[in-house]
Design a protein around this ligand. Structure first.
Ligand code: G3I
Length: 445
C-alpha cells in the first residue's frame, strides 16, 4: 500500500500544488453553471471537439472561454478551477466538510453498535479488543462505506440493523431508476425511494441517487419515443423532477449510467444516443446541476475501472465534458469483479483513479461485489481488501459501496452460478472474511 501512497505524491501532487487548491473542494465546487442546452450535438462527448465549443457551461469562473478543444480546456480548467473554487465555496465545501465531519462523528457514537470480528485474525489484523465498526473504520480514513439498499427488505429487522450498523452511505438498488420514479409520463412515484431516504435519515446515513439516465429499466413510454425533441424534453423533465424531489436528501447522483459501449470504441447505441447524439450527457449533467447545485454529479460505469479501451474512452469523454464546462464532479467505478487474480489489478485501478484525479475529478467505487463461484472466501477477502486499499490511498476516492447487504439478496444469484456469495455478510447476516478485508483496508492494515 505504501507504494500506492508514494505513487500518488508524484505528478498529480505537483499538479494540485500548481492548482493551489484543497483536493476535494475543487471537484465539489465543480460548477455553478447552468446552461440550457440544445438537442443533438455530435462529437460533444470526446475531448471538447464539436459541439458549441464554449457555449455550454454557462456562467461561472470565466473558464467558459477555454470550453472547447484540448488547449482551451487546459486553460479553461485553470481559469475554471479558480471560478469553481470561489463558486464552490458556498456549495461544494459545505457538502465536502459535511460528509467528512459527520463520518468522523460516527466513530464515537457507533462504538456501541458493535459488529466486529471476534477473535483477532491470525495476523492480528483486527484488534479483538477494539470495538470497531465498518463505518467507523472508513471514517478514520475519511471515507464513506456504503451499500445498495432494497426497499423491499426494510421490513426485515436483521437487514435493517446490519445495514444501519455497518454502513453510512446508501445507494437505492432500483427505487430511484426511471421505471420506478416515472412509470407513466409526468406521473412521478417516489414511495419506495422515499422509504430508503427515510431509512438513511433515521440512521445518519448519506444517500447517492441512482440513476437518472440509463438505457436499462426504462419505462415503455420512454422506449417508445421516436422524436428527438420529445425525448430530450422528457429526459430534462425527468431529471429536473426527480433531482428536485430529492434535493437536500441526497448528496450525489449517478446522472448517467453505462453510456459507453463495452468495446470502448463509441457510446452505447442507446435510445438517448440514437436520437440526441453524444450531447445528451452534457444536457443531463447541466439539468441535474440546475435542479440541485449542491449535489455531487457522477458518471457511473462498469468495465472501465482499470486499463483498457473502455477506460480510455471514459477518461477522454469526461475530460471533454470538463473542457466544455459540463458540471461533472466525478466518476463511479462499479467494480463488479471476481477473485484476487481477476483483472483489473489494484495497480491498474490506482493508475486509472490517478489520471481521473489529475483532471480534478472525484472517484468512488460504486457497486462492488466479488463473486466466488469457483473460488473461496479467503481469496475474496484479499480482493476486497486490495481494491478498498487503493481507494484509501487515493485522496479523491471518497467512498466504497458494495452492491447489497447479505449474499442471499445479491443480483448475481443465478447469473454465473447459483450462489456466488459476492458480498460482506452471509445469509444469516454474519460478517464474512470479506468484511475483515474491507475493515482492515480502511484501517491501513
Ligand atoms: O419490480 C419488479 C417486480 O414487480 C417483479 O415482480 C419482479 C419479478 O420479475 O421484477 C422486479 O423487477 C426487478 C428489479 O430488479 C427490482 O427487483 C427486475 O426484474 C430485475 O431485472 C432488476 O434487477 C436489477 C438490475 O440492476 C436491472 O438491470 C438488480 O436488482 C440491480 O442490482 C441491478 O443493478 C445494476 C445497477 O443499477 C447498474 N450497474 C449494474 C447493476 C447490476 O446489473
Amino acid at each position: 500500500m505504501n507504494r500506492a501512497r508514494r505513487r500518488f505524491s508524484k505528478p498529480l501532487f505537483d499538479r494540485r500544488a500548481q492548482l493551489g487548491c484543497v483536493p476535494v473542494l475543487r471537484t465539489f465546487a465543480s460548477l455553478m453553471i447552468l446552461s440550457a442546452a440544445a438537442c443533438r450535438r455530435d462529437g460533444a462527448a470526446l475531448g471538447g471537439a464539436g459541439g458549441g465549443a464554449g457555449s455550454t457551461g454557462g456562467a461561472g469562473g470565466g473558464w467558459l472561454d477555454g470550453g472547447s478543444g484540448g488547449e482551451g480546456s487546459e486553460a479553461g480548467m485553470e481559469a475554471g478551477a479558480a471560478g469553481r473554487a470561489d463558486a464552490g465555496a458556498d456549495v461544494g465545501r459545505d457538502v465536502a466538510v459535511d460528509v467528512r465531519r459527520d463520518a468522523a462523528v460516527d466513530v464515537g457514537t457507533d462504538a456501541a453498535v458493535d459488529i466486529r470480528r471476534d477473535a483477532a485474525a491470525p495476523d492480528g489484523s483486527a484488534d479483538a479488543g477494539l470495538a470497531m465498526t465498518l463505518k467507523s473504520a472508513a471514517a478514520q480514513s475519511g471515507r464513506l462505506i456504503g451499500a445498495a439498499i432494497g426497499a423491499s427488505h426494510l421490513s426485515e429487522a436483521a437487514y435493517v440493523t446490519t445495514a444501519a450498523a455497518a454502513f453510512d452511505f446508501v445507494t437505492p438498488e432500483n427505487e430511484m431508476k426511471w421505471d420506478a420514479t416515472e412509470p407513466t409520463q409526468n406521473v412521478f412515484t417516489f414511495g419506495s425511494g422515499d422509504a430508503i431516504t427515510a431509512f438513511a435519515q433515521q440512521n445518519g446515513m448519506k444517500v447517492k441517487g441512482h440513476t437518472l439516465v440509463w438505457h436499462s429499466q426504462l419505462p415503455d413510454w420512454v422506449s417508445a419515443i421516436t422524436d428527438a425533441t420529445a425525448l430530450h424534453d422528457a429526459m430534462i423533465n425527468h431529471i429536473t423532477q426527480v433531482v428536485s424531489h430529492y434535493r437536500g436528501q441526497v448528496i450525489a447522483w449517478d446522472v448517467v449510467n453505462e453510456a459507453v459501449d463495452d468495446d470502448g470504441e463509441s457510446l452505447r447505441d442507446s435510445i438517448f444516443y440514437q436520437y440526441l447524439g453524444a450531447g445528451y450527457l452534457d444536457d443531463a449533467f447541466n439539468a441535474a446541476h440546475a435542479a440541485d447545485p449542491g449535489a455531487l454529479l457522477l458518471y457511473n460505469d462498469y468495465g472501465a475501472e482499470g486499463a483498457g479501451a473502455k477506460s480510455d474512452y471514459v477518461y477522454s469523454m469526461v475530460q471533454g465534458m470538463l473542457a466544455r464546462g459540463v458540471p461533472i464532479n466525478g466518476v463511479g467505478l462499479q467494480m463488479h469483479t471476481g477473485p484476487a487474480d481477476t483483472s483489473p489489478s489494484p495497480a491498474q485501478v490506482a493508475a486509472n483513479m490517478e489520471r481521473l484525479e489529475a483532471l480534478g475529478l472525484n472517484v468512488v467505487i460504486s457497486e462492488m461485489d466479488v463473486q466466488i463461484c469457483t473460488s473461496d472466501v479467503d481469496t475474496q477477502e484479499t480482493r476486497f481488501h486490495d481494491i478498498v486499499a487503493v481507494c484509501v490511498a487515493e485522496p479523491l476516492c471518497l467512498a466504497v459501496t458494495v452492491w447489497g447487504v447479505p449474499d442471499k439478496y445479491s443480483w448475481l444469484n443465478g447469473v454465473n452460478c447459483a450462489t456466488p456469495q459476492p458480498l460482506l455478510f452471509d445469509d444469516n447476516y454474519g460478517p464474512k472474511p470479506a468484511f475483515s478485508g474491507v475493515l482492515n483496508a480502511f484501517l491501513g492494515l
